[in-house]
Design a protein around this ligand. Sequence first.
Ligand code: ZN
Length: 279
Amino acid sequence: MEKLIISAATTGSKTMRSMTPYVPITEEEIAQQAVDCWRAGAAIVHIHVRDEHEQVSCDADRYQKVTDLVQATGCDVIMNWSTGGGAGVVTDEARTAPVRLSPEVASFDCGSTNFGDGVFINSPRFLENLAREMDEHLVTPEIEIFDSGMLEYARELIDRGLLKAPHWFQFVLGVRGGAPATARELCHLVGSLPPDSRWSVCAIGRHQLPMNMVGMAMGGHVRTGLEDNIYYGYRQLATSNAQLVERLARLAGEMGREIASPAEAREMIGVRAVRAGAA
Ligand code: ZN
């Protein structure tokens, strides 16, 4: 099996301080936990940013500040900026704007779904425009898939030339309203992937660790972090994002699966700067 890419989703838009004191909220906290996750074995850190009231923000300057703080430490982890967190809160234009600062990777939520008690809206018009902007600014999309209909829509965007190979997919399972976090569902999704694809899996709450382990055994890649799950064990809060990453790195070692460095992950998922440099 190829080396394992571990992603850490440190903050999200729905994990609040009232739920866990360990979720990083300020740019400084997010950057510090990103570096800690990298030291623990993460090649990619998926970040959301918040405002001074802990609410989700799409402020490009905040994203850039986190990235600058991380890079100033000498950490070369791949930064994956969220374009999904602002859904239903800010305009589609505000969600799109940060990608014009050319982060290496940004999330691309490939359709709409019920999400807990809310609705996660990603209209075809928004996605087509976002795909064009990301392509123009050399941003690698992490194509997030919440159910098989989204995967079908990704195939359409690929056929129309809006998403270019190689493709990097993140299966997000166990969202209330999306596909269930089961091995059967994951096998179905992986079996439906287009050519030139790599995939990772994350799952919500108590499903996080079991689905990470299934994904590792299948040869896929994994995402952990407090965005998806705040617990380390039953009724036991995770005390940091790095704690969750450390466990995955340890389990990968037990399975004989080496961990991909950020540089190796850049090549594997086709981060555009690498492709441009190699051309
Ligand atoms: Zn996210």
